[in-house]
Design a protein around this ligand. Structure first.
Ligand code: DGT
Ligand code: CA
Ligand code: CA
Ligand code: ZN
Length: 578
C-alpha cells in the first residue's frame, strides 16, 4: 500500500495546531505543530515511512511527541487528540480559520463572543457590522472578512518552488538515476538548469541501455512519492514535497537535441527556431532538418545543436531571449562563485544571527575569502536584537580584536543600517564614519508611495557614509513583490555617487533581480554579491546571488567583491569621502 503523502501528514499537523489554538493552548505548543508541519512539508523522504520506523525525529523540528502523533496518523488513520478536539468544536470553525487573514485566535474570539460557528453565520455578522463590537476586531477586519468571503475559499494556484529547493531535490534525483546500472547520461533541463528564481516542475533528460528500466527506476527513488510511466520512454512523478518531475529517456544520437529543447526557455527556443528558418534549417526536439540536403541532423551534444545553427554554445542562464541570439553575440565571461574574494553582508548573535564573529570569520577563511564584513542589523530593524549606538561601539572593539588575531583575512566592522522614511540611516554620521563598511537597506515602512520611496532611496544613496544598498527592492519570492520604487532613478543615483548595489543571496530574495542587475551594471554601477548569512552554514547562499548575476550577464569585472582587498577597499564610497 502506498504511504500517506507528506502533504497530507503536514495538513493534519497544521489542523491539529489550529485546533489547539482554538482550544486556547499555549503558543509554543501551537508553534511546535506549525514547525512540525513545515518540516514534514519540506522533507525529501517519506515521513510516513520514517514514522513507522520510529525515525521521524531525525527531521529538524520533530520531537518524540510529533513522532508518536504521525505514527498514529499513518498506522491508525487518525491522531486521537485531533479526533477529540474535532468532536469538541463545530466543524464550521476550522473552515473559518482557512479564510485568508482569519486565524484560530480570532475564530475563537468570534465563537465565544458572538457564537459564530460557520461561514454563513460569519457572513451575516460581518454584514450586520457586529464584528467591530468585539474588542480586538474592528471595521478593517470586518471589511477584510467580507472581501475574503467574496473571493471564496477556492483552490490557491500551485506555488512555484524556490530554485534552492528545486535543485536540492533535482540534483538528488539526477544522482539517483545516474547510479542506476542502465543509465548513461542524465541531465537536469528546464528552468532549474537555467537557474531561474523559481521552478514550476523539474525536467530530466537521459539516455540508457534499457530505457524502460530507467523510467521504472524513477518510482523507486527515495525522493519520489509517486511516479508512473507516461508514454514510451517517459515517466512522470511527484516528490514528497509536491514538486512534479518529467523524465524523458532518449536515443543517444538525439540527446543534444532534446536537452537543448527541454532546457528552454520557451522564448529562447521560439527565437532560435525563427532565426534558423531564415537559414533553411528547421529545429525540433528530434533534430535539425536542412532544406538544402533534405536530411535531418541528429545531435548527440548541445554544442553540436548550436554549432549546426552557426552559434556558439550559449550558457543556459542566458537562454531567455534577451539578446543572446542577436547577430554578433559573444558569450560573456560569466562570474562564478570561485571569483569571489569576500562577503560584505552577514549577521552574528549581536542581531539576529546564530553564530559569533569568530565563527563567521573562521567559515569565511575556510571559503578562501580575503575579507568579511560583519553587518548586524541596526536599532530600528523590526526583528531580533537591536544594535543601538552604544552596542555598535562595543561591536567595533570586538571585531577589531578578532581581526587582529586572524591572519589572512580582513574582518571588517560594518552595519546593515535601516533606511528611515526620510532616507537617513539610523546611526549618526560620526559613528558611521568609524566603521569600515556600511550597507543600508529598507526593513520598515514598506507601504510608502512610489515618489516618496524613490526619494527615500535616492537620499540614502547620496549619503556619504552609505557604501552600498542591500536587497534594493525588498521582494520575497512567492510572498511579496518589491516595494514601489523607480529603479531607473535608483540605478542612476548609484552610478552617479559610486554606491554599490547588492544582489542578495538569500534564496527567497535574489534582489536585485537579473533584469535590473544587468541594467545597473550597464549603467556603470558596481554590483555586490552577498550571502546575507545569518549563520556559518549560510555563507554558501552566495551561490544564489551568483546565479542571478550570471542570468544578468555579469562578468567578474562587473562585480565589486571579485577584487583583492586593497582594490576593493579603495572602491568603497567612504574611501573617497574621508
Ligand atoms: P517552469 O515553468 O519553471 O517549469 O519553466 P520551464 O522552462 O522548465 O518550462 P516547462 O517545464 O514548461 O517546459 C520545459 C521546456 O520545454 C521549456 O523550457 C522549453 C520547452 N518548451 C515548453 N513550451 C514550449 C513552446 O511552446 N515552444 C518551444 N519551442 N519550446 C517549449
Ligand atoms: Ca520545468
Ligand atoms: Ca516540464
Ligand atoms: Zn536586510
Amino acid at each position: 500500500m502506498a504511504e500517506m503523502p507528506n502533504r497530507e501528514i503536514a495538513a493534519a499537523l497544521d489542523e491539529l495546531g489550529d485546533l489547539y489554538e482554538l482550544d486556547g493552548a499555549i503558543s509554543h505548543r501551537v508553534l511546535a505543530y506549525r514547525n512540525g508541519a513545515k518540516a514534514v512539508r519540506e522533507a525529501t523522504q517519506s515521513v510516513g515511512t520514517l514514522a513507522r520506523e520510529g525515525r521521524a525525529t531525525e527531521l529538524p523540528g520533530i520531537g518524540a511527541t510529533l513522532q508518536e502523533k504521525i505514527a498514529a496518523l499513518v498506522v491508525d488513520g487518525e491522531i486521537p487528540a485531533r479526533a477529540k478536539l474535532k468532536a469538541k468544536y463545530p466543524e464550521g470553525l476550522l473552515e473559518i480559520t482557512r479564510l485568508p487573514g482569519v486565524g484560530p485566535k480570532r475564530v475563537r474570539l468570534m465563537y465565544t463572543e458572538l457564537g459564530i460557528d460557520s461561514l454563513a453565520s460569519l457572513k451575516e455578522a460581518a454584514e450586520q457590522e457586529r464584528l467591530r463590537g468585539v474588542k480586538g476586531l474592528g471595521p478593517k477586519f470586518e471589511a477584510s472578512v467580507l472581501a475574503s468571503l467574496e473571493a471564496g475559499l477556492g483552490e490557491a494556484p500551485k506555488p512555484r518552488t524556490l530554485l534552492s529547493r528545486a535543485l536540492e531535490e533535482g540534483e538528488a534525483i539526477v544522482a539517483g538515476l545516474r547510479a542506476h546500472p542502465t543509465a548513461r547520461r542524465v541531465e537536469l533541463a528546464g528552468s532549474a538548469r537555467r537557474l531561474a528564481d523559481t521552478v514550476k516542475d523539474l525536467d530530466v533528460i537521459a539516455t540508457a541501455d534499457d530505457p524502460a528500466a530507467l523510467t521504472a527506476a524513477l518510482a523507486a527513488l527515495p525522493e519520489i512519492e509517486t511516479a508512473g510511466t507516461a508514454g514510451e520512454n517517459a515517466a512522470r512523478g511527484v516528490t514528497h514535497s509536491g514538486l512534479s518531475i518529467d523524465l524523458r529517456v532518449v536515443e543517444p544520437d538525439q540527446f543534444g537535441n532534446l536537452l537543448q529543447h527541454f532546457s528552454g526557455s520557451a522564448r529562447h527556443n521560439i527565437r532560435l527556431r525563427e532565426n534558423a528558418v531564415k537559414r533553411g534549417l528547421h529545429v525540433s526536439e528530434y533534430g535539425i532538418l536542412d532544406d538544402a540536403t533534405g536530411e535531418t541532423v541528429r545531435c548527440a551534444t548541445e554544442e553540436e545543436v548550436y554549432a549546426t545553427l552557426g552559434l556558439p554554445w550559449i550558457p543556459p542562464e542566458l537562454r531567455e531571449d534577451r539578446g543572446e541570439l542577436d547577430p554578433g553575440f559573444e558569450v560573456p565571461e560569466l562570474v562564478s562563485v570561485d571569483d569571489l574574494r569576500g562577503d560584505l553582508h552577514c549577521h552574528t548573535v549581536a542581531s539576529d544571527g546564530r553564530n559569533t564573529i569568530e565563527e563567521m570569520a573562521a567559515e569565511a577563511i575556510a571559503r578562501g575569502y580575503e575579507y568579511l564584513a560583519i553587518t548586524d542589523h541596526s536599532a530600528t530593524h523590526g526583528f531580533g536584537n537591536h544594535v543601538d549606538a552604544d552596542t555598535l561601539k562595543r561591536q567595533i572593539e570586538r571585531v577589531r580584536t578578532v581581526n587582529e588575531k586572524l591572519d589572512g583575512i580582513e574582518v571588517l566592522i560594518g552595519t546593515e543600517t535601516n533606511i528611515l522614511p526620510d532616507g537617513a540611516p539610523d546611526y549618526d554620521d560620526e559613528l558611521l564614519a568609524e566603521l569600515d563598511w556600511c550597507i543600508a537597506s529598507i526593513h520598515t515602512a514598506f507601504q510608502t508611495p512610489r515618489a516618496e520611496m524613490t526619494k527615500r532611496m535616492v537620499a540614502a544613496i547620496e549619503h556619504p557614509w552609505i557604501d552600498a544598498i542591500g536587497h534594493p527592492t525588498g521582494r520575497k519570492l512567492g510572498r511579496r513583490p518589491g516595494y514601489d520604487v523607480d529603479l531607473d532613478e535608483v540605478i542612476a543615483a548609484a552610478a552617479r555617487t559610486g554606491t554599490m548595489l547588492e544582489i542578495n543571496g538569500a534564496p527567497d530574495r535574489r534582489d536585485l533581480d537579473d533584469v535590473h542587475a544587468r541594467q545597473a551594471a550597464q549603467a556603470g554601477v558596481k554590483i555586490l554579491l552577498d550571502s546575507d548569512a545569518h549563520g556559518t552554514d549560510r555563507l554558501a547562499n552566495v551561490r544564489w546571488a551568483v546565479a542571478t548575476a550570471r542570468r544578468a550577464w555579469l562578468t567578474p569585472d562587473d562585480v565589486a567583491n571579485t577584487r583583492a582587498w586593497p582594490e576593493f577597499a579603495a572602491m568603497r564610497k567612504r574611501a573617497r569621502t574621508s
